[in-house]
Design a protein around this ligand. Structure first.
Ligand SMILES: Nc1nc2c(ncn2[C@@H]2O[C@H](COP(=O)(O)OP(=O)(O)O)[C@@H](O)[C@H]2O)c(=O)[nH]1
Ligand SMILES: [Mg+2]
Length: 220
């Protein structure tokens, strides 16, 4: 199963984007599961029902939604057993570290036939609240941006140009390599490219990343 993490601070638009991506994948006939570890403003159940016209938690096209607080690996093993999804979209808590989530998902391989790979890590940055984020939770947001493959500067519909340039500068400073894109996920602007990236690109496994870091340390 391929894991697609949608990260970012609370309120950045993760659930909104996740529901959109889930819809796009299921329309393409791709078996998709959703794992949320976050209770935010937008509830996935209500929104999934509204937006996709679905009635139950276990969705007809094989998309399931579950809210977990603990064992991600166990949850994935259960999901694997039940529906063998091609993609699992994960919304971690607003303070989770993407590499730690990767590691947790790779534990799943210890308890069954699932083989884990990773789509690009997508990190959302709420441009409309960039001032507040920089003042109040700068380090948390910075560490999420640092681990992103794609940084989405979100809510461009309600952010002024100063806020946008501040968001761009902060994102680039935190992460020299990530692709930085603008979006308004609420209005589905910029989301097609994200769906495409999730479908066609991969990111490093925690295990490989860890081994490379160890090898560097030995050589140094
Ligand atoms: N104006 C605007 N609001 C957005 C956008 N994306 C998300 N929101 C709103 O921001 C709030 C938080 O979104 P949510 O998806 O719950 O964020 P999460 O906490 O990261 O999961 C909700 O009220 C969304 O409707 C956007 O692109 N533009
Ligand atoms: Mg949420």
């Amino acid at each position: 199963m391929r894991i697609a993490q949608i990260t970012g601070f609370l309120g950045s638009g993760k659930t909104t984007l996740l529901i959109d991506v889930a819809g796009a994948l299921s329309r393409r006939g791709i078996r998709t599961a959703i794992v949320m570890n976050d209770i935010g403003e937008v509830s996935v159940d209500a929104r999934v029902l509204d937006d996709l016209g679905l009635e139950a938690k276990e969705l007809p096209d094989g998309c399931i939604c579950c809210q977990i607080s603990g064992q991600l690996a166990d949850t994935l093993a259960t999901i694997q057993e039940k529906i063998q999804p091609e993609f699992v979209l994960i919304e971690p808590t607003g303070v989770a570290k993407p590499w730690m989530v990767k590691r947790a998902t790779e534990y799943t391989e210890g308890s069954g036939p699932a083989v884990i790979s990773h789509a690009p890590v997508i990190t959302l940055l709420d441009a409309s609240r960039i001032d507040l984020l920089l003042r109040a939770v700068r380090r948390t947001v910075e560490s999420q941006l640092r681990e992103a493959n794609i940084i989405v500067i979100n809510k461009v519909d309600v952010a002024d140009s100063d806020a946008l340039s501040q968001a761009h500068a902060f994102a680039r400073e935190a992460n020299a390599h990530a692709r930085i894109v603008e979006a308004s996920v609420l209005h589905k602007q910029g989301t097609d490219a994200l769906v495409e990236a999730i479908l066609s690109e991969q990111s490093t496994r925690y295990e490989d990343h860890y081994e490379q870091a160890q090898a560097k340390r030995v050589r140094a």
